[in-house]
Design a protein around this ligand. Structure first.
Ligand SMILES: [Zn+2]
Length: 317
């Protein structure tokens, strides 16, 4: 049996896990709950036990397990040290050392979850065939990951690719603060919660008719659905939000010059409509080259993290 690799994507509610062959074949994937009790002390033991059990269930030998990668929802240092993971409540933790110890000393590598998702997409998803890619996840917040030369660019403090907190809106005083404490962050405008927030604002600031007014608790999906159906207010909201994201991508291009931007997360379900809006606002800002970066949709969905976590440790070997 050839060697196998485990990919773990740790989240606040569940940990997603997968076993992979070196060539990117997914052998099996599954999920376990993330137990937050007692400062998260069960998180690594649960993951290790689950990997051992599943390896055996799949008819593989634990000795075939050649390494594991883990993505965590927060900043992680190159040696695996985590200061704090807010949504699990873990502090002063080293999941890399702990997991390696629990799995018989196999090599383990840790990364931020947005970065492993980006790497997963480049390995086996929408970015396959490219090596300079910036992935942007439009969910509750905005995550990002930069891959250059096929490798994650984590930055000196693990902050690389965190485009969600680029302050984009300086034009007028933003009355609401972002989760990070700043005002006018990209995340406040172009995430799922951001699009819904801007829609509420547009409705409040005019009395124009819109199908969105009939919906209680308007979501980003409602906005894009209504925009596609011809609702002009929804179209203006979508255009406004994607203008800021398109500008942000253009700024990123000036720094890292990727071949492709991969757009993922719940909001990306708006599909080509969203890509067209982004391209419209991105292209005019790129003037030093005729060849603009391609804007594409991510394809692995929630599995991107386990793919990237496995790929990260495969690349180390
Ligand atoms: Zn922010």
């Amino acid at each position: 049996m050839s060697k196998i690799y485990a990919g773990v994507d740790l989240g606040g509610t569940t940990a997603k896990l997968g076993l992979f062959k070196k060539d990117g074949t997914l052998i099996t994937k599954w999920e376990i709950p993330t137990r937050k009790e007692e400062g998260g002390k069960y998180v690594c033991p649960d993951i290790a036990e689950s990997i051992k059990k599943k390896t055996e269930e799949t008819g593989l030998a634990l000795s075939d397990l050649a390494g594991a990668g883990i993505g965590v929802p927060g900043p992680i240092r190159p040696d695996g040290y985590v200061e704090v993971i807010v949504n699990i409540g873990i502090r002063d933790w080293n999941p890399v050392k702990e997991l390696s110890g629990l799995l018989g000393g196999i090599p383990v590598k840790g990364e931020n979850d947005a970065n492993i998702a980006a790497l997963g997409e480049v390995w086996q998803g929408g970015g396959k065939g490219y090596e300079d890619v910036v992935a942007v996840t439009l969910g509750t917040g905005i995550g990002g990951g930069v891959i250059l030369g096929g490798r994650i660019v984590p930055g000196s403090k693990g902050m690389g690719g965190e485009i969600g907190h680029m302050v984009m809106d300086w034009d007028w005083p933003e009355p609401e603060a972002c989760n990070c404490g700043n005002r006018g962050c990209l995340e406040q405008i172009a995430s799922a919660t951001g699009v819904a927030r801007i829609a509420r604002r547009f409705m409040r600031e005019s009395d124009r008719a819109s199908s969105l007014r009939d919906i209680s608790g308007v979501t980003a999906k409602d906005v894009f659905d209504a925009a596609k159906a011809g609702d002009t207010l929804a179209q203006e909201v979508a255009d406004y939000c994607m203008m800021y994201l398109g500008r942000a991508l253009a700024y990123v291009s000036q720094v890292v010059d990727p071949q492709v931007f991969l757009i993922g997360g719940g909001v990306s379900k708006a599909g080509q409509y969203l890509l067209d809006l982004l391209q419209k606002h991105y292209d005019p800002l790129i003037v030093l080259t005729k060849e603009k970066a391609k804007l594409k949709l991510a394809t692995l969905g929630n599995d991107a993290g386990i793919y990237g976590a496995a790929k990260m440790i495969i690349d180390e070997r």
